[in-house]
Design a protein around this ligand. Sequence first.
Ligand SMILES: Cc1cc2nc3c(=O)[nH]c(=O)nc-3n(C[C@H](O)[C@H](O)[C@H](O)COP(=O)(O)O)c2cc1C
Length: 241
Amino acid sequence: MIRQSRKLEHLKYSLLLDDGPAAAGFTDFHLVHNCLPDLAWQDITVNTAIADIPLSQPIIINAITGGAADVMPINCELAEFARLTGVAMAVGSQYSAIEDPAAAESYKVVRKLNPNGVIFANLGAHASPEAALCAVDMIGAQAIQIHLNAGQEIIMSEGDRNFSGYLSHIEAIVKKVNVPVIVKEVGCGIAREQAQALTGIGVKVIDVGGSGGTNFLAIEAARGQLTLDAELMSWGIPTAT
Ligand SMILES: Cc1cc2nc3c(=O)[nH]c(=O)nc-3n(C[C@H](O)[C@H](O)[C@H](O)COP(=O)(O)O)c2cc1C
């Protein structure tokens, strides 16, 4: 029950709260003009790939939701948008469906509505390799995202604060599933040292998910009616950094 109401509250506060207050850092960069572009406009494509999975554009719908009947219409709309645009889509954490198979329909609908699309499964780093396999099979996913969210769990009153053994859990998942593993943060960033540790155990893609956008510390503080000091509100590695 708690996970279902939490999903709706996350959606509510992500819409109510502004991004930041930390800057994502993109304005620190300036693209250098090339006055001699030796190419033709019609030859330019935005095709790219994630872990050798071809994408028609370098944009994905990142993990948001699933797990309850009340959020299923959101996944239906996102899946329909993904089908029409060809954009890849990650479902929200599938842990609720691992615990209660009745919740699986809210994720499966994403594959049903977009049978040929690129879809990513999603679980936390505490998940067992068997759970990861089940999440991939549930939606016929081409890859699985494993999310890291220590900052969020610490501010969340009902948060899980035991972060030990994550690297070996993720390594076991990499060995078990037959699709690429993407590791992502949810707004606090991934530093070089941890990115190297993760790629060293076979993780194919790092989604840095840095600060400056959605702020899950602020969202959890709002849910728990806590006031965070300015330093905590700006916690994390800016995405551009
Ligand atoms: C309402 C909401 C729910 C989310 N749920 C999940 C989730 O279940 N699993 C996950 O890995 N990330 C989840 N995220 C995090 C996003 O996938 C993304 O990593 C994060 O919002 C940072 O990107 P942004 O700054 O561009 O928003 C959620 C984000 C929002 C706004």
